[in-house]
Design a binder for this molecule. Structure first.
Ligand code: UD1
Length: 371
C-alpha cells in the first residue's frame, strides 16, 4: 500500500524517522514536507543525523500567520494527494502541518491516521490544542502514546480505531542516545561538566508573544546562580531582539543556535535540570531521568507531573527561581509510561493489519493495544 506521511517541523522529523523506517519495510511511503521549518538548524540537520530519506515533495510553505500558513499547506497538500492517491495519510503531533495534513486527506475522502493522538492540555488558547482536537476528530485511525490519551479521546466520544501504541519519541530517544553519546562533542564544545548546568527551551507563543512573560523568565534566569544553556528558536531570537532583551540575556546565559538532535540529547542527558516550554522535551527529560521545571501553566504530559519528575511554574519569576533551587523528584518513581521503544513497530503492524497487508502484519510480531 502507499502511505503519504506529512511532516513540517523539528519534532515531526524525529517522530517520522522511526515510523518511516518500519513502514518502508513493507509499504511504499511518499514523504511530504510542508516547509514549515526551513532553516538548516531547524530542518536539514535532522534529516542528515536521523538518516531520513529525502522528501518526495517539499511544499516550501514557510512562515506566516496561522491561517495563512495552514491554508497554504492545505491547498498544496491537496494537489499532491490528488497526484499520489495514497491509501493512507499519516500525520504527527499538533502543529499547523498536522492539521493541514489531516484536513486535506479527510476532505478528499482519503483515510488518515494520527500519531500522538489524544493529548490535551485543556487550554484552548494554545494553537496546538486546537490542532490536536480538530486533527483527532477528522482522523480515521488514532495512535495514542499513553492510556491517558486514550481516555481523553473517550471523553470526546472517540472510541473506534483507537490504538495504544506507546510513544514514538521513546523509540527515537532509545535508538539515538548511545549514538549521541559517542558522536556529539557538545559538552566539550561548551566546556560543560556532567550535572553542572541547566538547559532551557522557550518558543511557546504564551511565553514569547507576551513581553512581560518573557521578561519574567529572563529575569529569573539572570538571578539564578546557575550555568544555563539556552539554544534559541528563531522566533524567540527575533522577539528577544525586538523587545531589546537579547543583549542582557546574552551576557548572563549561554545562548546557542538551535541544536541538532544528537547534540540536544547529549545536552539533556547530562544536565542537572531542564527548563522547557516544549511538550516533547518534558517527556524526554522524564525518560532520561532528569528533573524538569516547565515554563508553562499546563501540560499534555501529566504523567511526568504525577510521577514527581516535572513541576509547572509558568512564567512566574519567583516560582521559577524557587523551583530551580528546591525541586527534587519526590518518590524517584519511574515507570515505562511512554512505552518500551516499540511504538513505531506497533503503528506499522496496525496499519498493515487494518489495510489487509497480511503477510506484512504476520511478520511483525507485536501485541497491539497491550503495552
Ligand atoms: C511550531 C509548532 C509548535 C512546535 C514547534 C516545534 C505550530 C502552531 N506550532 O512552532 O507546536 O512545538 O513548531 O519546534 O505549528 N522560523 C524561522 N526558521 C524556521 C522556522 C521558524 O526563522 O526554520 C521563525 C519564523 O519567524 C516563524 C517563527 O519562527 O514565523 C514561528 O515558526 P512556526 O513554524 O510558525 O512555529 P514554531 O514556533 O516553530
Amino acid at each position: 500500500m502507499k502511505i503519504a506521511s506529512v511532516v513540517g517541523v523539528r519534532p515531526q522529523f524525529v517522530k517520522a524517522s522511526v515510523v518511516s523506517r518500519e513502514l518502508r519495510k513493507t509499504n511504499e511511503e511518499c514523504l511530504i514536507h510542508t516547509g514549515q521549518h526551513y532553516d538548516y538548524e531547524m530542518n536539514k540537520v535532522f534529516f542528515e543525523e536521523l538518516g531520513i530519506p529525502e522528501p518526495n515533495y517539499y511544499l516550501g510553505v514557510g512562515s506566516g500567520s496561522h491561517g495563512q500558513q495552514t491554508g497554504e499547506m492545505l491547498r498544496k497538500l491537496e494537489e499532491v494527494l490528488l497526484i499520489e492517491k495514497p491509501d493512507l495519510v499519516l500525520t504527527y503531533g499538533d502543529t499547523n502541518s498536522t492539521l493541514a495534513g489531516a484536513l486535506a486527506a479527510s476532505k478528499l475522502g482519503i483515510k488518515n491516521a494520527h500519531v500522538e493522538s489524544g493529548l490535551r492540555s485543556f487550554d484552548r488558547s494554545m494553537p496546538e490544542e486546537i490542532n490536536r482536537i480538530l486533527t483527532d476528530h477528522c482522523s480515521n485511525i488514532l495512535f495514542c502514546p499513553t492510556q491517558n490519551a486514550v481516555d481523553n479521546l473517550g471523553e470526546e466520544g472517540i472510541t473506534e480505531n483507537v490504538y495504544l501504541t506507546g510513544d514514538v519519541m521513546v523509540d527515537s530517544l532509545l535508538l539515538n542516545k548511545e549514538i549521541a553519546e559517542a558522536k556529539s562533542s557538545i559538552l566539550k564544545d561548551l566546556n560543560l561538566k556532567n550535572r553542572d548546568y541547566l538547559v532551557a527551551t522557550i518558543h511557546r507563543a504564551s511565553n514569547t508573544d507576551n513581553i512581560e512573560n518573557l521578561q519574567n523568565i529572563i529575569e529569573a534566569f539572570q538571578e539564578l546562580d546557575e550555568n544555563i544553556i539556552f539554544p534559541v528558536h528563531p522566533r524567540t531570537e527575533k522577539l528577544l531582539k525586538t523587545y531589546g532583551l537579547y543583549e542582557s540575556l546574552n551576557s548572563s546565559v549561554t545562548l546557542t543556535k538551535p541544536l541538532g538532535f544528537l547534540d540536544f540529547i547529549k545536552l539533556m542527558n547530562h544536565a542537572k535540570m531542564i527548563l522547557p516550554d516544549s511538550g516533547g522535551v518534558q517527556k524526554e527529560a522524564y525518560i532520561l531521568k532528569v528533573p524538569c521545571v516547565t515554563l508553562r501553566e499546563n501540560t499534555e504530559w501529566i504523567e511526568t507531573i504525577r510521577d514527581g519528575w516535572n513541576v509547572l511554574v509558568g512564567s512566574n519569576k519567583n516560582k521559577i527561581i524557587e523551583a530551580v533551587n528546591e525541586f527534587m523528584p519526590s518518590a524517584q518513581e519511574h515507570r515505562n509510561i511512554f512505552g518500551d521503544g516499540s511504538a513505531s513497530n506497533r503503528i506499522a503492524a496496525t496499519i498493515n493489519a487494518l489495510f489487509g497487508n497480511k503477510s506484512a502484519s504476520n511478520r511483525i510480531a507485536t501485541t497491539i493495544n497491550a503495552l
